[in-house]
Design a protein around this ligand. Structure first.
Ligand code: PMP
Length: 462
């Protein structure tokens, strides 16, 4: 069913081309291609401005975990806007939703985390973690601990320092990144390393130990990781990997920072990926599913020890100069509280558990497709990795432009997902998906892959 096209679509496309800079886009290529204006959403479905209906298997940008059109969230935002649209956290002011949200986050995250700083999104949460870890070591008499370690293919936002913990070329090229204090260890990319689960975990632990030894533990501040690497290509480490890395970090006397911006809020099954392995991080970053994209917000949580080190090590009465006008925004906090209620009392977490096997079946069902080298998933987060040769796991030449072609073919077939590099398709459906919607996803995805496979230049490359 098609809706009528937007009456001013051509004008919008021209204005976009002339004025709006898009995040993480090839700017000139975007101008040539033109914007796709998204118009409305309901549940797992989007409608664009030309009336095309799309099944969104990426929850916006892995964030709209409750799905589109949740009226109770809209009401929570409207009520808070009417009552008090803004309250600063400066000068010892605050608002009820922000205070209740902080308490709720402490209640549902691992027990090690007791203090919450509310931001505008994930990048700012990572940035806060880096700045406050720096303050922590300075205030506790270990000022040499300034080096940070993260994973190759990791993504930790695009702030001016966090982009150096991100280990993807586009975030470094031309930005003079990474900083000399930022270092990487190999990603637990079992499909490519060929290691079995135990060997993969042992390899990652050994790599962290070796990197800390090389830098000197007295110089290393923290290890940052995603429990499942998202933007690096949905790399799912073996079960037990996160726990092993947390134990190693503790033994090495470095802070263990878990970036659950994507994996939080039911994305991988439990409320947080840490829960599945009983991991107790020193710091945790959150965003995306926190508000399900209905309002911008992220969070950075820390342990009591880190909090006390910062608070008690600062000169008495001196301000700790980290904050922003919109920190702990009351409307975003009210939205987050209602979104969290939907996960728990609204049954969305339970629905996510119920439908996850159908998601897994769609991806695993395509394993035998000639283009598919690997399918991997946990909960409602997954990927298909395409190869031109299954035995050698060889990818495709970038000149084929497969990434754009697959995305475009999916779009024509009424499917929104994400393509990484030239050969990885990422999926993160909302927790409200139904069994029938996964059946539609399966049909449309297979049709998309079949169309790509039928192209003569793709066949020639295989
Ligand atoms: N960390 C991770 C793991 C992410 O996936 C992202 C966003 N994709 C961020 C941090 C940054 O969050 P934001 O885009 O909200 O700044």
């Amino acid at each position: 069913m098609q809706s009528p096209a937007h009456p001013h679509l051509d004008a919008l496309v021209s204005l976009d081309r002339e004025h709006l800079i898009h995040p993480v886009a090839p700017w000139r290529k975007h101008e040539q291609r033109g914007v796709t204006v998204l118009e409305s959403g309901r549940g797992a479905w989007l409608t664009d401005a030309s009336g095309h209906q799309l099944l969104d298997v990426f929850a916006g940008l892995w964030c709209v975990n409750v799905g589109y059109g949740q009226e109770s969230v809209v009401q929570a935002a409207a009520e808070q806007m009417r009552k008090l649209p803004y309250a600063t956290g400066y000068f010892h002011f605050g608002s009820e939703p922000a205070i209740r949200l902080a308490a709720k986050l402490v209640e549902i995250t691992p027990a090690s985390l007791t203090r919450v700083y509310l931001t505008l999104g994930g990048s700012e949460a990572i940035d806060a973690a880096i700045r406050l870890i720096t303050q922590f070591y300075n205030n506790t008499g270990r000022p040499a601990k300034k080096h940070f370690i993260s994973l190759e293919r990791g993504y930790h936002g695009s702030s001016s320092t966090g982009s150096g913990l991100t280990a993807l070329p586009a975030f470094h090229r031309g930005f003079d990144m990474p900083l000399p204090t930022q270092h990487y260890i190999a990603s637990p990319y079992s499909y490519r390393t060929g290691l079995d689960d135990a060997a993969q975990i042992a390899a990652s632990v050994a790599a962290l130990r070796a990197k800390v030894a090389q830098l000197g533990a007295e110089n290393v501040a923290a290890f940052f990781c995603e429990p499942i690497q998202g933007s690096g290509g949905v790399i799912v480490p073996p079960k037990g990997w996160l726990k092993a890395m947390s134990v190693a970090a503790r033994e090495l006397d470095i802070l263990f920072v878990v970036d659950e911006v994507i994996t939080g809020f039911g994305r991988t099954g439990p409320m947080f990926a840490c829960d599945a392995e009983g991991v107790q991080p020193d710091l945790m970053t959150l965003a995306k599913g926190l508000t399900s994209g209905y309002a911008p917000m992220g969070a950075m949580l820390m342990s009591e020890a880190v909090y006390a080190g910062i608070a008690d090590g600062a000169p008495t009465g001196a301000a700790i100069g980290h904050g922003a006008t919109y920190s702990a925004h009351p409307v975003s906090a009210a939205v987050a509280l209602e979104v969290l209620r939907l996960y728990e009392q609204g049954g969305l977490l339970a629905n996510g558990h119920r439908v996850a096997p159908h998601f897994a079946a769609v991806l695993d069902g395509l394993r035998d497709h000639p283009l598919v080298g690997d399918s991997r998933h946990r909960g409602l987060l997954g990927a298909l990795e395409l190869v031109s040769d299954k035995a050698s796991k060889r990818g495709f030449d970038a000149a084929l432009g497969l990434s754009d072609r697959i995305f475009d073919a999916g779009y024509r077939n009424g499917l929104v997902f994400r393509s990484f590099g030239d050969h990885i398709l990422g999926f993160a459906p909302a927790l409200c998906f139904t069994e029938d919607e996964f059946a539609i996803m399966g049909t449309r995805l297979k049709k998309t892959l079949d169309e790509i496979l039928a192209a003569p230049d793709v066949r020639a490359a295989m």
